[in-house]
Ligand binder design. Structure first.
Ligand SMILES: Nc1nc2c(c(=O)[nH]1)N[C@H]1C(S)=C(S)[C@@H](COP(=O)(O)O)O[C@H]1N2
Ligand SMILES: [Mo]
Length: 513
């Protein structure tokens, strides 16, 4: 193995030590302060607006893994370079690792949910990396005649071979220790996490009777009417799930109000609670996509709290801010018009799952999630649309975004085959807060036929539908369109999700034999 390759590997392992040690330190300062997560977070927030397809409001779990692995690979290349550069001058390594530590520290401290102590993981990690690199490079040096060409007395080739083995052995041990520190740090962080506090939460009972789910809400072949928490789509910009302890949680309502309010978790739970089914949809949902789910939310109506805060005239925007600094803005008029806009604490009979906003999030029927459904919410600020752009607005998405009427075919799936004869076509349709009046199905270029609508709990949820089609042999295209209560039919024109929600009719191809 060449000297420069050994030095490069030593650099990579030293970087691993930096990350592993940082993860351990971050057990004390919060997982969001680890350098990889902190730098990744800064990247997420600063992706240039034209790169519309990167993540966008769909920043799903896969994008996060890709981003973190990408950052780790870049870091690995940088560290390899530092190792090689250290062969020329040790100072290069110190400066190189110092820059890495500084970038991590500055990124961490700049995050909303990280304090000054958040610099420690990067600083301590970088310091450890410097010592480790120094040690490994010394070992590597001994495994080679000096670069000047003079053979050190008493070291024959066998001696060098021994030194090389020793270098490789130490490299392996240090790499294993670094990986162990990283994994151990992650594990300890998860044990400290609020999932423990969540298990101790006893949710208050809802006032009044729970909404009645009429029998027959479920169409055969459509997704379940109520989405299980474990199946509920998850979208957010958070690289590590924010850990908000109910014991220290506060919600501040301030800005353009006559009476600023601050309430604690205990006080929130004493407020009147209601239970409502509301279907939440992501603006990034493509036609036919699955970034939509329906759950039973337990929460207190936000209208009453806003009324108490008493917004000033002109405060047309309610900005919600999460513990990690994400923001969304909804029209004040919508949150006060009497709909079931809830500050929610429960989801399908459990405290909110941590990934879905524990301990408190907002849910607003009829608005896309990115303008209304702040998870890990800690602040509400009354302002004007003209004065403040929430997170996704400068990134090319509309400031106001009511949910568009949409429908989806769940069965048969695209590309499925069915025997000729009666085929049940089924799915869901939604126009939250307006309600679905009609769903129609078209096969090939035939006439639109009205599907059977299942009953529904309210206009705030999706509605299931089904239609029996007498399918003749051959390949067919089956299409669906919905009409809302106002009589407006979903438009055929295909538009992408940006800037305010996709349009077009969902269709599937079915082979009939
Ligand atoms: N704090 C925070 N809340 C957030 C987001 C976010 O990135 N951060 N994303 C929003 C978006 S775009 C959607 S669609 C919904 C998704 O909620 P869910 O993950 O519970 O399905 O959360 C909203 N609330
Ligand atoms: Mo979204």
């Amino acid at each position: 193995m060449r000297v420069s390759v050994r030095a490069g590997l030593a650099g990579v392992v030293a970087a691993g030590v930096a990350l592993g040690v940082a993860e351990l330190v971050a057990v004390g300062t919060g997982a969001a302060s680890g350098p990889l997560v902190a730098v990744g977070g800064v990247v997420v927030d600063h992706v240039p607006a034209p790169v519309k397809d990167f993540g966008i409001a769909v920043f799903g779990v896969h994008d996060k893994t890709a981003l973190l692995s990408g950052t780790a690979i870049l870091l690995g290349l940088y560290a390899y370079g530092i190792g090689v550069a250290a062969l020329r001058r040790w100072a290069f390594a110190v400066v190189g690792i110092g820059v890495f530590g500084l970038v991590g520290a500055v990124a961490a401290v700049s995050r909303d949910d990280v304090g000054l102590a958040g610099a420690l993981p990067s600083v301590i990690g970088a310091t450890a990396a410097i010592f480790v690199l120094r040690h490994l490079l010394r070992l590597s040096e001994r495994a080679e005649p000096s670069t000047a060409g003079s053979v050190v007395a008493g070291h024959d080739e066998g001696g060098y071979a021994y030194q090389r083995r020793r270098f490789l052995k130490d490299l392996g041990i240090v790499a294993a220790v670094a990986a162990g520190a990283g994994a151990g740090g992650r594990w300890l962080s998860s044990r400290r996490a609020v999932s423990v506090a969540r298990q101790e939460v006893a949710l208050p009972a809802a006032q009044g009777s729970a909404p009645v789910v009429p029998s027959g809400v479920q169409a055969q072949g459509a997704v379940p009417y109520v989405t299980a928490n474990s199946d509920f789509y998850r979208i957010d910009t958070a690289l590590v799930t924010p850990q908000v302890d109910p014991a220290t949680w506060r919600l501040r309502i301030h800005g353009m109000v006559r009476n600023p309010i601050e309430i604690t978790w205990e006080e929130l739970l004493k407020r009147p609670m209601v239970e409502r089914y509301v279907t939440l949809a992501c603006v990034s949902n493509e036609v036919g996509g699955d970034l939509i789910g329906n759950a039973l939310w337990l929460g207190t109506p936000i209208k009453a709290l806003l009324d108490e805060a008493d917004p000033l005239p002109g405060a047309d925007q309610v900005v919600q801010r999460s513990s990690d600094g994400w923001t969304c803005g909804a029209p004040t008029s919508v949150l006060r018009d009497g709909r079931d806009a809830l500050l929610a604490v429960g989801m399908n009979g459990e405290p909110l799952p941590v990934a879905h906003g524990f301990p408190v999030r907002m849910v607003v029927p009829g608005l896309y999630g990115y303008v209304s459904a702040c998870k890990w919410i800690t602040e509400i600020e009354l302002t004007r649309f003209a004065d403040f752009d929430a997170y996704w607005v400068p990134r090319g998405w509309s400031a106001q975004a009511p949910v568009k009427t949409q429908s989806r075919i769940d069965s048969p799936r695209n590309g499925a085959t069915r025997p000729a004869g009666p085929v049940v076509v089924a799915g869901v349709a939604w126009a939250q807060h307006r309600g679905i009046a009609k769903v129609e199905v078209q096969v090939d270029s035939g006439a639109w036929e009205e599907a059977t609508l299942a009953p529904t709990v309210s206009a705030d949820t999706w509605r299931q539908w089904s239609h029996t089609w007498q399918a003749p042999a051959g390949r067919h295209v089956v299409r669906v369109r919905a009409t809302d209560i106002d009589g407006v039919t979903q438009i055929a024109n295909e538009a992408p999700p940006a800037p305010d929600g996709a349009t077009g009719w969902h269709q599937v191809e079915v082979g009939v034999e």
